[in-house]
Design a protein around this ligand. Sequence first.
Ligand code: NAP
Length: 272
Amino acid sequence: MNKTILITGTSSGLGKLTAIHFAKLGWNVAATMRTPENETELTQYSNVKLFKLDVTDVEQVRTAVADAIKAFGRIDVVINNAGVGAYGALELAMEETIDWQFGVNVRGPINVIRAMLPHFRANKSGMFITISSFMGVTTAVPTGSLYNMSKFALEGLIEGLYYELKPLGIELRLVEQGGSSGNNFVSKIAWGHSEEITDYDDITAKVKGMMAKSSEGELDDPQTIVDAIARLALGESKQFRTLVGEAAHQLTEMRKSLPIEEYLERIAAQYQ
Ligand SMILES: NC(=O)c1ccc[n+]([C@@H]2O[C@H](COP(=O)([O-])OP(=O)(O)OC[C@H]3O[C@@H](n4cnc5c(N)ncnc54)[C@H](OP(=O)(O)O)[C@@H]3O)[C@@H](O)[C@H]2O)c1
């Protein structure tokens, strides 16, 4: 029987690319997104079915998961991919932006995992692959505290879950990639801003400049991330944490090799 994968956030970027990759591998794909009515690419694949799923809407998550199980009979792997970025000085963030950052990146995977667990428990098997970031294991840039918070929280959630799910035959994997091309992530970032408070203007402008420069060609090929995800889903890699990309490797190596005080100063010095 063909295996089935459910993926969140398949309207663009990594989620869409992963959905297409698994469809081409012959898997059934439950491609979930907030606006399936707008999708024209994934509808070309007969083994892909679309489901409306906003990860912050608990009822919609439960309905989409139930509908996907009904449509395919079984789900083997779930990819928690949907994610957003809130950047800018913490002091300048709108209250709703803080909740949005936590809601999509942390509460969202919690909602999906909780909705899926009865099915995985009944099957005594199943795998959650959660898309974190190198920003889930280290800080890398000023004004990224909210995004760091969300991905660090995600890492803690998945690592903590390991102990209760292992005895049930349910597997957990984390993917920590660096900046990649071919997605809407940077263009959709919510930036904190204030006309009155200008103390953060310089550092914010430097981070924005760095991101704009990165988008001109220093980014990882997203297919390397998809290939890493596929190795995990196919059982070719059993790694709990998979770090992808040159920049992500360099930064995390630097973090491991230096005392934290020195690491923080080195990153800060790049933005002075
Ligand atoms: N791009 C990078 O540089 C980078 C680096 C490290 C980690 N990541 C992580 O990689 C993952 C994929 O991002 P990407 O790079 O492919 O960016 P992307 O193109 O912006 O994709 C993000 C996806 O998440 C969806 N999404 C946003 N809010 C949602 C919600 N409430 N419910 C369901 N789906 C929602 C978006 O759907 P809509 O079209 O409906 O908004 C979109 O499909 C994210 O977890 C991100 O944090 C990205």
